[in-house]
Design a protein. Structure first.
Ligand SMILES: [Fe+2]
Ligand SMILES: [Fe+2]
Length: 273
């Protein structure tokens, strides 16, 4: 059995503090084999710096995924090339720096394929996410090239995420939706054995507008007059994640939401206590 924790979009200083505080504790308490984090909003809400990325690895994060904000910090275009555990959407155009998939090995020798991909509904037009991920899953089949596989499907539309789950059902261990920053209550195991959730939610201050200090977004929605920059909200974060147990066949046997701290109601997996 492989025990995996996926932490949703970390927003700003507040979200980072939650990751740094909780990851070492949760790794030990639950005996986690892999911890994956979506870091696309970790640097002031926009992108990721190398020092933040290294802070995450130092507390026990195994890999970091990205999304539409992947290259908001220009330095990411450079350091992603030397960081094999940093994964950007696989369906970015050919020539984009970095990689969209990687096999991460842990100290026990277990191999996890991590794929990051972006949806196309209400988002930038990119290559077909379904075909792009299928190529990666064909290259790294469960049970031979890897022991487990996880797809971070970074997308706006719930329908696209559900359709994607069905397409890879039985071929990937887990499909975890990211990007909306609101946790959905529909975590489940699909008929073919793939663990699924529409959106894991963000790790940040929920007294906000999707992680940003609420004053400027509210002003823009109500008056259309921008009068400042978007800044991350600085109150205590809720760490939002998905916990999953993956069997010897590479399929998910148990999945549960995790919510710790901040404004949201607490949730922890019952199967590891
Ligand atoms: Fe995000
Ligand atoms: Fe996003």
């Amino acid at each position: 059995m492989i025990r995996l924790l996926f932490i949703g979009d970390v927003v700003g200083r507040s979200g980072r503090a939650a990751v740094l505080e909780h990851v070492p504790l949760l790794r030990a308490r639950w005996g986690l084999d892999f911890v994956i984090v979506n870091g696309e909003n970790a640097a002031g809400g926009f992108g990721l710096t190398e020092s933040i990325f290294q802070d995450f690895l130092a507390v026990g994060v195994d890999a970091v995924t990205l999304g539409n904000h992947a290259f908001d910090q220009r330095e990411a275009l450079l350091f992603i090339e030397r960081q094999p555990r940093l994964i950007r959407p696989v369906n970015f155009p050919p020539g984009t720096p970095g990689r969209g998939a990687a096999v991460i090995e842990n100290v026990k020798g277990e191999r996890l394929l991590v794929v990051n991909v972006m949806g196309r509904v209400f988002m930038d037009p990119l290559d077909d996410p379904f075909a792009a991920v299928r190529r990666e899953l064909d290259l790294y089949p469960l049970g031979t090239a890897c022991d487990a596989s996880l797809v971070d499907f970074h997308a706006e539309a719930t329908s696209e995420k559900w359709a994607f789950g069905h397409v890879v059902d039985g071929k990937a261990s887990l499909v975890i939706g990211t990007h909306t920053h609101a946790p959905s209550a529909d975590h489940r195991i699909l008929v073919g054995g793939t663990g699924f959730i529409t959106d894991v939610g963000m790790t940040g201050d929920y007294d906000s507008v999707i992680g940003m200090d609420k004053s400027e977004p509210v002003r823009r929605f109500t008056t259309k007059v921008p009068s400042g920059r978007f800044e991350p909200a600085l109150g205590p974060a809720t760490l939002c994640a998905v916990a999953a147990e993956i069997g010897a066949d590479g399929l998910t046997k148990a999945i549960a939401p995790v919510r710790i701290g901040g404004l949201l109601s607490e949730a922890q997996p019952g199967f590891w206590t």
